[in-house]
Design a protein around this ligand. Structure first.
Ligand code: 6R9
Length: 648
């Protein structure tokens, strides 16, 4: 083993886990040598209405990118997540809901979940939703979000969840792109004691995308008074009173679409990542079982929001397919106190806790006392996802939160991958703080240089995946060409992740972050182009360039260089105005952290903005600007340096 600090698997974990090191090695070997046989066997972990005879049928060749798994099998996701468990665990709790207010919670058994999902499915049908139709969900973290997701899959509809923090504009863009005639929302959301005006935002989005939305289904969360448009808007309760209780699950082909989830790319509008039915569920459930070593009776908590892929795969689909008890949290880590996460762990006796590095770093800032005043005796396993976890945060998470007895699974994956691709397994993998360690079964990571040459042994370069896995996205909704261009044109016959990566001498993978124009703010992906187009939409802005810079809590912060229209003067008020403008255009997660007013941007003679220079200045590393000889006007760089906003 190399010099990094190593945390070996404990004897207790090696003995209790499904997978120890020897088993990992044997299964991994088998999975990449004979994928057909491996997945043919593991595909059976879900229940099929009609069994598949074909397992994998995929091509990464740029002139014919096509990905199919279990293609002649039929099944239903809601059936697998709910009905299948009724005989054996009908009275077991499926969802523990913890409200924003600690006094509010609920426990929903599989039998109750079944009743809710069938009711919801019939409500959707009453609004004309049929197999293949798209439905937008814009909901807070309440059990109804899971009911609505599962109801969509029950009737064969394709859900598109939009995170409740997105603005009406962003919501409208997604409603338009997916052409969703039905939107499901709540009167208001509740986070950290504050109300989120969800229904008001839906109304504004419907105005911006006229003629598309025919029906808005409103869940009463706060009971706050909201405007209801006659003929279009309905309270869920009123619709539910009029429909039957029972609803059979639709028979779906393995490759029928399951959901669309919009994610930011390096260019243009967010892409509608499309996942399908069979392969996705096999992969989400299998990774959930082995990565979190999920056993009957465990209480499992993933702190994500269902608006992100982590919420899809590891709050709802993976855990419920496994008959797990999954905790859903409506609130935020700091309300009503900074001990909230650990109070919830103690209250519900949580065994497995899965969160993001940004949350760890912000809690770390408040010191150990708010953690130590809680017990956390139930905790057994910790997880991390969303961005690279710096070793300091890893060590703190391990020592303070987990009292040095809980392994940490640092799980690397993406919206596009559907499930975890690189990760430790708690009974098998010796841990190195900051490394996502080794590939999951069936995953073939490779490191390539800029020319696409595959690098062996210890190496650093770009991360690609050489072959398909069942949870992989199938296309960009409505734009297969964009799918091919984005992921399969950079390196021939490989899936390009957009991430940089180092492999050490032990074969461990260390993700170094995005190598494209995507920035990762608090574990959320933001395209620099999206923020730029929001800025230039402001009447006083003539040009904008956005880059990421290292931020202590968020991982990366958003740094915007803004050139104003002739005659406009920079001011603190304008700076504030631009920040709230971007919040309004995209949502609070896109708020620029720093804005620098720049009379000019560094451009090549052909007019291309040299982002490399802007990134360096934003990092306060302007001593190493590299070659600036191709700049049309080298003088602009001095001005940018003199007025930089991030002086260390
Ligand atoms: C699941 C999710 C994907 C991007 C990905 C990478 C970063 C996620 C990570 C990680 C280092 C980890 N990322 N997990 N980087 N270590 N354990 O986050 O999906 O929102 O699509 O983001 O997040 O850069 O490419 P998504």
């Amino acid at each position: 083993m190399s010099a990094e600090k190593l945390y070996p698997v404990s004897a207790e974990w090696a003995a209790r886990a499904y997978i120890d090191d020897a088993k990992y090695k044997a299964m991994y070997e088998a999975s990449v040598k004979a994928p057909e046989a491996f997945w043919g066997e593991h595909g059976k972990r879900i229940e099929w209405f009609k069994p598949y005879s074909r397992v994998q049928n995929s091509s990464f060749s740029p002139d014919n990118v096509s990905i199919k798994w279990f293609e002649d099998g039929t099944t239903n996701v809601a059936y697998n997540c709910v009905d299948r468990h009724l005989a054996t665990r009908g009275d077991q709790v499926a969802i523990i809901w913890e409200g924003d207010d600690p006094k509010e919670d609920a426990r929903i058994t599989y039998r109750e979940l079944h009743r809710h999902v069938m009711k919801w499915a019939n409500v959707l049908k009453s609004q004309g939703v049929k197999k293949g139709d798209r439905v937008t969900l814009y909901l807070p973290m309440i059990p109804e979000a899971a009911y609505a997701m599962l109801a969509c899959t029950r009737v064969g509809a394709v859900h598109s969840i939009v995170f409740g923090g997105f603005s009406p504009d962003s919501l409208a863009g997604r409603i338009e792109d997916a052409a969703t005639g039905v939107v499901i929302t709540a009167d208001e959301g509740l986070r950290g004691g504050r109300k989120v005006p969800l229904k008001i935002n839906v109304d504004a989005a419907c105005d911006k995308a006229p003629g598309i939305v025919k029906s808005v289904i409103v869940v009463k969360r706060t009971g706050g008074a909201v405007a209801m448009t006659e003929g279009r808007d309905h309270y869920f309760d009123d619709l539910a009173a009029k429909v039957p209780d029972e609803c059979l699950a639709e028979e779906m082909n393995a490759e029928d679409p399951l959901f669309i989830l919009y994610t930011s790319g390096s260019t243009g509008k967010p892409k509608g990542v499309l996942h399908t039915t069979g392969g996705y569920l096999v992969y989400a459930s299998m990774t959930h079982q082995y990565v979190f070593d999920y056993k009957d009776g465990d209480i499992y908590w993933c702190t994500a929001d269902v608006g992100w892929v982590t919420g899809h795969s590891y709050i709802v689909y993976g855990p419920l397919a496994n008959g797990a008890t999954t905790l859903m949290f409506e609130g935020i880590p700091t309300y009503p106190s900074i001990s909230r996460f650990w109070d919830v762990v103690d209250k519900h006796k949580v065994n497995t806790f899965y969160t993001a590095p940004t949350a760890i770093r912000s809690l770390m800032g408040a010191g150990e006392e708010p953690v130590k005043r809680t017990s956390r005796a139930s905790l057994r396993l910790l997880g991390s996802v969303g961005e690279p976890i710096n070793p300091e945060a890893w060590e703190w998470y391990h020592r303070v939160v987990g009292e040095s007895r809980c392994p940490i699974v640092d799980t690397w994956w993406q919206t596009e991958t559907g499930g975890i691709l690189i990760t430790p397994l708690p009974g098998a993998t010796n841990l190195k703080p900051g490394s996502a360690t080794r590939p999951f079964f069936g995953v073939k990571p490779e490191i390539v240089d800029a020319d696409g040459k595959v690098l062996d042994g210890a190496a650093e370069g770009n991360l690609v995946i050489a072959d398909s896995w069942p949870g992989q996205m199938r296309t960009v909704f409505g734009d297969h060409e964009r799918f091919v261009q984005t992921y399969f044109s950079t390196y021939k016959n490989k899936y390009f992740t957009g991430d940089g990566c180092r492999r050490d001498a032990d074969g461990y993978y260390w993700i170094t972050g995005r190598v494209d124009d995507v920035i990762n703010v608090s574990g959320h992906r933001m395209g620099t182009a999206e923020v730029e187009s929001a800025l230039v939409a402001h009447a006083k802005v003539s040009e904008a360039a956005v880059v990421g810079y290292p931020h202590d809590i968020k991982g990366q912060g958003i740094y915007a260089y803004v050139t104003l229209m002739t005659g406009e003067q920079p001011s603190e008020d304008l700076r504030k105005e631009l920040v709230s403008w971007v919040r309004k255009e995209i949502g609070p997660i896109a708020s620029p952290d720093l804005i620098q007013f720049a009379p000019g941007l560094p451009k090549t003679r052909s007019g291309k903005i040299m982002r490399r220079i802007l990134r360096k200045i934003a990092e306060d590393e302007f001593g190493a600007l590299g070659d600036t000889s191709t700049l049309a006007d080298p003088a602009v760089v001095d001005d940018l340096i003199n007025n930089r906003q991030n002086r260390k």
